[in-house]
Design a binder for this molecule. Structure first.
Ligand code: SAM
Ligand code: SF4
Length: 326
């Protein structure tokens, strides 16, 4: 069991396969001076397998693959195949561009759900947000997942003045499609020029949806970060991830492994623990992992102000989101 000083036990590992990406979402990837990590400095496929096995022996039973974009990594299929043999619930967060290429692997490895990020239903806006022209392919691939009966969740990062006018359009999608639309509050990371007035809070999101729809909260599990809602007469549902306005740190069961093999005990931690170097040196890394998790801060890496309006982005020491994986 991987337990921290506040008694939280961790059974959910998010592994970033790469910090490279085929999109350039402005809220995720810094505009200036961004260099992708060279392959030799990334965890190699066998190292990911070895680390994952070690974590599974310590009680990890859910692994989410992320990035950058996990499916741009050349050996992603091998990694998925290997992790698919472990006794874990395997899943991933992807921008959806390469789902068609990876569908056989996804089906073979029993992914029971996939999160696809899509922040807008407008093609021209997609291009502005992501600085690339892949809207049609992403939408086609969402359809492909649904046709193959893979539970599909759509991640929407809501930003005031950018896409907050599309909340009800996303809800409308759930009328006939069994999609879970997850609205994510915009978060501050290095280089993303976040400001608190851009955050669409849970309260505002619910108020907006209530102007058109009747919905009901679905009871949450202690570890759920997303608050889930059903909508009257809809096949799908929606959820809100209220990291900024109503953090959910007390039930946190997540830890993260960056693509270069650093353990982050929290999305917002400034401290990272190198696992790859001692692994390559043949050292026993379990005590290193245990002590890194034990020292996890009570909330938000010990870095963010409790009132998100007071957060000083210049004082935050963290990676950019593309470099952590979400
Ligand atoms: N490339 C994949 C994707 O886009 O889904 C996986 C990596 S991405 C970093 C993981 C998730 O983090 C995505 O849903 C993305 O929208 C979200 N994300 C990125 N930057 C964010 C931010 N500043 N605030 C909130 N969510 C963010
Ligand atoms: Fe790439 Fe995902 Fe970040 Fe967009 S959100 S830049 S797709 S890693």
């Amino acid at each position: 069991m991987l337990i921290d000083q506040f008694g939280r036990s961790h059974n959910y590992l998010r592994i970033s396969l790469t910090d490279n990406c085929n999109l350039r979402c402005f809220y995720c990837m810094p505009e200036e001076n961004y260099n992708f990590t060279p392959h030799s400095k990334l965890m190699q496929a066998d190292e990911i397998g070895a680390l994952a096995k070690l974590f599974v022996r310590q009680g990890i039973d859910k692994i989410r693959l992320t990035g950058g974009e996990p499916f741009v990594r050349k050996d992603a299929a091998d990694i998925i195949r290997n992790l698919g043999k472990l006794p874990v619930q395997l899943t991933c967060t992807t921008n959806g561009i390469r789902i068609d290429d990876f569908l056989p692997e996804i089906l073979r490895s029993n992914f029971n759900s996939i999160n696809i990020s899509l922040d807008t239903l407008k093609k021209d806006r997609f291009q502005k947000i992501t600085r690339r022209d892949y809207y049609d392919r992403v939408v086609r691939n969402i359809r492909l997942l649904l046709e193959n009966n893979i539970k599909t969740k759509i991640n929407v990062v809501l930003m005031q003045g950018i896409n907050d006018d599309e909340i009800c359009d996303f809800i409308a999608l759930t009328k006939t499609e069994p999609l879970e639309v997850r609205f994510i509050e915009y978060m501050p990371f290095s280089g993303n020029r976040w400001s608190s007035d851009q955050v669409m809070t849970q309260k505002k999101i619910l108020e907006t949806i209530a102007t058109k729809y009747t919905f009901e909260a679905i009871p949450m599990g202690i570890h759920d970060t997303a608050k889930l809602f059903s909508i009257n007469g809809h096949r799908g549902s929606f959820a809100i991830i209220s990291t900024m306005s109503e953090p959910f740190c007390s039930g946190c069961n997540r830890i993260r492994l960056t693509a270069d093999g650093k353990l982050k005990n929290c999305l917002f931690s400034k401290k990272e623990t190198d696992l790859l170097t001692p692994l390559r040196q043949g050292k026993d890394i379990l005590p290193i992992i245990e002590s890194a998790i034990w020292s996890k801060a009570k909330r938000q890496g010990g870095q963010l102000d409790e009132k998100f309006e007071m957060i000083d982005t210049a004082a935050i020491q963290n990676r950019s989101m593309i470099n952590i994986g979400g």
